[in-house]
Write a protein that binds this ligand. Structure first.
Ligand code: 5FU
Length: 258
């Protein structure tokens, strides 16, 4: 396995401003837990964010599932993020040509470029997709996360495609803050943040292709940095208590690698 480099050290190696910010935040707050809040009513999202904000480094959204979305929702979410010190990650999975993703990122109802600290992008359209984000993130310092692997059964993001995504990241280190992946590959250098979805303690998967691993497996065995937990926390009858369990498990897995 690659030698251990702490989040503090990796903050110094980071080539993207949000990667630097996230490494520092994880080191000081002592949490590498990101939560996917896939709820469809804005007040429910805000209530959960308030409850678990102290435990997390990142809150992941899918804004296009929020039935009563408005700009006030974003202002409220940002206020909670500032109060509890976490970053906001919109998992938009942009995948079109540069010119179109620029519109999708900056315009429309959501104006994602105005508030998201980080967003996901697919590489199917080729590396020029990154040019659609460059102008906007130059001013905000936001980070792009490349989808190098997915958690779902039969994912096409494998093999040579995955290798090409890592290369795309390395050729665009100013804009790319890291990867969504299921394992650390040797080509993924320490300046990148590796985030892994498909994490739950008590389930192996769902009926629609999702596959789960435990925090220990992902952070220790697969050597990634951040776990992304959705239903394991937001569907729980006590999300705060559950968030603490995931936080503790993933942080001790990180510390055990030293
Ligand atoms: F890129 C990916 C991926 O490979 N798998 C995912 O599950 C993203 N996700 C997201 O993480 C997905 O869209 C959900 O928002 C979240 C996982 O939620 P769960 O409830 O923990 O399964």
């Amino acid at each position: 396995r690659a030698p251990f480099v702490s989040f503090q050290e990796r903050a110094k190696l980071a080539t993207n401003p949000t990667a630097n910010k996230l490494f520092q935040l994880m080191a000081s707050k002592k949490t590498n837990l990101a939560v996917a809040v896939d709820l469809t009513v804005k007040q429910e999202i805000l209530d959960l964010a308030e409850k678990i904000g102290s435990e997390i480094c990142v809150l992941k959204t899918h804004v296009d599932i929020v039935q009563d979305y408005d700009q006030q929702f974003i202002k409220d979410l940002q206020a909670i993020a500032a109060k509890h010190n976490f970053l906001i990650f919109e998992d938009r999975k942009f995948a079109d040509i540069g010119n179109t993703v620029k519109y999708q990122f900056e315009n429309g109802v959501y104006e994602i470029s105005k508030w998201a600290d980080m967003v996901t992008i697919h590489g199917v359209a080729g590396p020029a997709i990154i040019d659609g984000f460059r102008e906007s993130i130059k001013t905000t310092g936001a980070g792009l996360l490349l989808l190098a692997q997915m958690s779902s059964k039969g994912s096409m993001c494998v093999g040579e495609y995955t290798n090409q995504m890592v290369e795309m990241g390395k050729s665009n280190q100013d804009a790319v803050m890291g990867f969504i992946c299921q394992e650390r590959l040797s080509a993924m250098s320490d300046n990148f943040v590796l985030m892994t979805p498909g994490v739950q303690f008590n389930s192996a998967g769902d009926s629609m292709g999702q596959q789960y691993n435990t925090p220990e497996y992902v952070i220790k065995e697969k050597n990634t940095d951040v776990i992304i937990v959705g239903r394991g926390i937001y569907k729980s009858s006590n999300p705060k208590e559950e968030a603490i369990k995931y936080r503790t498990a993933s942080w001790s897995a990180y510390e055990s690698k030293q």
